[in-house]
Design a protein around this ligand. Structure first.
Ligand code: NCD
Length: 306
């Protein structure tokens, strides 16, 4: 067991050197992620994947990463079958799970729940998404994808569009990329603007950003357009969701008209915010993000034990 537990709870807590270490290691992990090689670096170790909120790709991505490193996995995917429904605290759950597993990837619908869990955990805890707050492994794989596709991160202009209020990927990514020399453009309806804590952080760092509601203007001259879905499950008022759900829909025609060169990213799942004709474009990289996610999660797992 390492002296100090290396949890991964948020992107704000990552130093630039740690980000770079993970991105470099992910590159080395690509042959394993692509099944060209089978690893044994995690032989004898168990990852517990605790998903108290729906997920397919993130859980399978963490599990695949562990298996391709020669480790094993345990998972909880249904909150109704866990002791949390009996009223057990997350700290107690963490104390128990730490006896079974060597590392935990946990997703929870409440902001702060993963932090709470980490207090009781005696093994490294990786936040796989908590409420509207954080999704650090996604932000790392997003940064890795940008670097891989465009050859650099410094000097780029990145538009993040969609549900910037309830989405956890936009804020996690903005915090992470604020370690680089980046210009941001946040495109959202006024009801779903970027979270105040991100804006305060960028102001403090003097990182340039613009906020706009105009989708087509917002994507002009950017290097990256990061699309997100409107987070239906987080709206208190369903009518408000219905009103906003089609606010921005990217089509091939819109890309070709406004910015045919930018790369188009999305954490997935997409609903209707990217038309399927965009998939034909070679700069639509969202399915490549999924592939990169395995290598990045391998690097995240490995660095917890260094
Ligand atoms: C994201 C999430 O769960 O926050 N999905 C993912 O992990 N790939 C984005 C989303 O659900 O919209």
């Amino acid at each position: 067991m390492p002296q100090k537990l290396k949890h991964l709870l948020s992107t704000q807590s990552l130093k630039k050197s740690e980000i770079e270490e993970i991105l470099a290691l992910a590159k080395e992990m690509e042959p394993y992620a692509k099944k060209e090689k089978q690893g044994n670096q995690m032989k004898g170790k168990i990852l517990a994947a605790l998903f108290y909120e729906p997920s397919t790709r993130t859980r399978l991505s963490f599990e695949t990463a562990m298996l391709r490193l020669g480790g094993e996995t345990l998972s909880v995917t249904d909150v109704n079958t866990s002791s949390i429904t009996k009223g057990e605290s997350l700290i107690d759950t963490a104390k128990v799970i730490s006896q079974f597993a060597d590392i935990v990837a946990i997703r929870h619908s409440q902001n702060g729940a993963v932090n709470e869990f980490s207090k009781g955990s005696s093994v490294p805890t990786v936040n796989a998404g908590d409420g509207t707050s954080q999704h650090p492994s996604q932000a790392l794989l997003d940064a890795y994808t940008i670097q891989k596709e465009l050859g650099k991160i410094d000097g780029l202009t990145i538009a993040i569009s969609g549900d910037l209020k309830y989405g956890r990927t936009p804020s996690s990514l903005a915090f992470l990329l604020s370690n680089y020399n980046i210009k941001f453009r946040f495109i959202s309806p006024k009801e779903l603007k970027m979270k105040p804590e991100v804006i305060t952080h960028l102001n403090r760092l003097k990182t340039p950003y613009e906020q706009t509601q105009n989708f087509e203007k917002g994507m002009k001259d950017v290097d990256v357009l990061y699309m997100t879905r409107i987070q239906r499950e987080r709206f208190e008022n369903f009518k408000e969701y219905e009103r906003l759900k089609n606010v921005y829909v990217l089509t091939k025609k819109i890309v070709l008209k406004n910015n045919p060169k930018m790369i188009i990213m999305h954490p997935l799942p997409r609903v209707n915010e990217i038309a399927t004709d965009v998939d034909e474009l070679k700069n639509a990289v969202y399915f490549r993000q999924v592939e990169n996610g395995i290598a990045v999660r391998m690097a995240i797992i490995l660095t917890r034990f260094l």
